[in-house]
Design a protein around this ligand. Structure first.
Ligand code: HEC
Length: 198
């Protein structure tokens, strides 16, 4: 230290320390991303939806792309994902083939609530119900073959095992009246072996 160098003020020390910590963290994060995550074969997100298509399902898959469903829906990495119902990956774990076929033929009658796009009239997806029946059947078969594993966002059942997180969310957000009106889906089906020990 020379005679006229001034010691750092406390404020400056804090400022430089905070800035330094940020830089160090940024370098560490960058290094991890570059050399650990990018080099690893393990996907960052586990694939939880899958499909093994029958011959008719294969035909349905093609129709699904050719007939414009992908302008609003998404399945097997094709199409857009505009909203909750738009993503049809895993739909086969929520709906049956019969439901899907009935819906495609007569959306209003089978949806359970008013439909937005599939309803007859000047709607953008009204054409779907007018397609040949065998095409709709093939598409229904295709969609019913899109399965999702338990715990995926498109599966009705939450991940296996006890989840303190889900328990606390249910406790906090589900009003008392719901407990009388609805059954907890987790109580409905017995968990597979390896799940929660009850
Ligand atoms: C213009 C946008 C649009 C197009 C095109 C479209 N859909 Fe839809 N689809 C929707 C919307 C929105 C819903 C939700 C119901 C509604 O409001 O009509 C839906 C719902 C569905 C559902 C019910 C999903 C569920 O589980 O509730 C199925 C199955 C479906 N569409 C299949 C198809 C198929 C097959 C095609 C092509 C032949 C198609 N859709 C074309 C917008 C579209």
């Amino acid at each position: 230290m020379t005679e006229n160098s001034q010691p750092l003020k406390p404020g400056e020390k804090i400022l430089f320390t905070v800035a330094g910590v940020f830089v160090v963290f940024a370098i560490i994060a960058f290094t991890i991303m570059q050399f650990v995550i990018a080099k690893s074969d393990k996907p960052i997100f586990e694939q939880k939806t899958h499909a093994s298509l029958s011959a008719e399902g294969q035909k349905g898959s093609e129709l699904f792309r050719v007939k414009g469903c992908t302008t609003c829906h998404r399945a097997l990495r094709n199409g857009t994902n505009m909203g909750q119902t738009a993503d049809l990956d895993g739909v086969g774990s929520r709906r049956t083939m019969e439901w899907m076929y009935a819906f495609l033929l007569e959306p209003e009658k089978n949806y359970g609530s008013e439909t937005m796009d599939h309803r007859a009239g000047q709607r953008s997806a009204a054409y779907v119900a007018l397609m040949p029946k065998e095409d709709l059947h093939a598409i229904a078969v295709f969609l019913s073959e899109l399965k999702s594993d338990q715990g995926s966002s498109s599966a009705p059942m939450p991940p296996k095992g006890d989840s303190p997180f889900i328990d606390s969310m249910v406790k906090t957000w589900a009003p008392k009246s719901w407990h009388e009106k609805y059954t907890d889906i987790r109580d409905k089906q017995p968990q597979d072996a390896g799940g929660a020990a009850e």
